[in-house]
Design a protein around this ligand. Structure first.
Ligand SMILES: [Zn+2]
Length: 325
């Protein structure tokens, strides 16, 4: 649920926004789990900063409209990111890996997790050259633990990769999808994972939805295309909020009207990096704002969503059996 805020509370929020912005300038840990969904244009790119300051990038995409890496490069610089503990790559399309070489020109990375295998494109070749010797092929059940010494570590677990053994060459369907857990907070990021069997797509969403379970935050698969976010997936994961990363003027019709309608029907409020070129945002449900920063505070059992100059707060709606910390 979203909280209605009093003027006093908004003042506190503004102060905390200033703090967050200041902290972010140097990519400092602020004791909370931060996930920055970067406005990269038509593509995907997110950075997680753990409460103790470990960093994980999820895709570093190149804008399919402008063909540029200017936006992610500028945001990494603004955050002051010099080193990534992990880079997690969902799949090998340009809008997910196209800016890996540009970022890794000035940022070091310890480990790269991807779906293994290879892909026939010049963007893949550049990615493979840049990450040589750092890559591990993820498998379902693999787990990364951040802040291992903390009483509240962050875990990132693999739920889907390479369509979990189902036969397809559809690169989107092969996406690596992970669930992030921190206390009772749950988020899922799964690249362009698909949820239907049309054309050569494979419905992976339905097969993994039960294992993923209830989510606070869902990063809408495949830029909220018609092939993503099916009713079975949303019925099991019941996300409170969804993030949609799509770019103005894209030629794919993202976000798709039917995808957005399914998200609303499931009760999810959405935050969009850009307006895109498909469905029209519905006031009260959908917010278009540029880069979106989510910050999870286990002390208050809330997470905030900062979009532009505004911040919304939500209660952590963790899975049953997880006691509040
Ligand atoms: Zn994509």
């Amino acid at each position: 649920m979203r909280f209605t805020q009093t003027a006093e509370e908004i003042g506190v929020r503004l102060l905390s926004c200033v703090f967050l912005a200041a902290a972010s300038m140097w990519a400092q840990a602020n004791g909370q789990l931060q996930i920055h969904f970067i406005d990269v244009g038509q593509g995907d790119g997110a950075i997680l900063i753990s409460p103790l300051g470990q960093t994980v990038a999820f895709d570093i995409g190149r804008d399919m409209v402008g063909g540029s890496c200017d936006k992610p490069v500028a945001y990494y610089r603004q955050l002051g990111i010099r080193k990534l503990d992990y880079l997690i790559v969902s799949h090998y399309h340009e809008d997910h890996i196209g800016c890996v070489p540009s970022i890794l020109a000035s940022v070091s990375v310890d480990h790269v997790e991807d779906r293994g295998q290879s892909y026939d494109s010049t963007f893949y070749d550049a990615y493979a050259r840049t990450t040589r010797g750092l890559r591990s092929a993820a498998r379902v059940g693999d787990k990364i633990v951040l802040d291992e010494t903390s009483p509240a570590p962050v875990t990132i677990e693999v739920y889907a990769v390479n369509a979990n053994g189902m036969a397809t060459t559809n690169e989107n369907s092969l996406s690596l999808a992970v669930r992030i857990a921190y206390g009772g907070f749950r988020a899922e990021i799964g690249g362009d994972l698909s949820g239907d069997d049309a054309d050569d797509y494979i419905d992976v969403e339905t097969r993994v939805a039960g294992a993923v379970g209830k989510l606070d935050l869902y990063k809408a698969h495949h830029h909220c295309s018609s092939h993503s976010s099916n009713d079975a997936w949303l019925g099991q994961t019941r996300p409170t909020i969804a993030i949609i990363s799509a770019g103005d003027g894209n030629t794919y019709g993202h976000p798709a009207y039917d995808c957005l309608e399914r998200l609303h029907y499931a009760g999810a409020e959405t935050y969009w990096t850009e307006l895109g070129n498909g469905a029209t945002p519905v006031p009260g449900w959908d917010t278009v704002s540029g880069t979106i920063v989510v910050s999870v505070d286990l002390a208050t059992m809330q997470y905030t969503v900062t979009h532009g100059a505004k911040t919304d707060a939500y209660a952590i709606d963790g899975p049953p059996g997880i006691a509040p910390r």
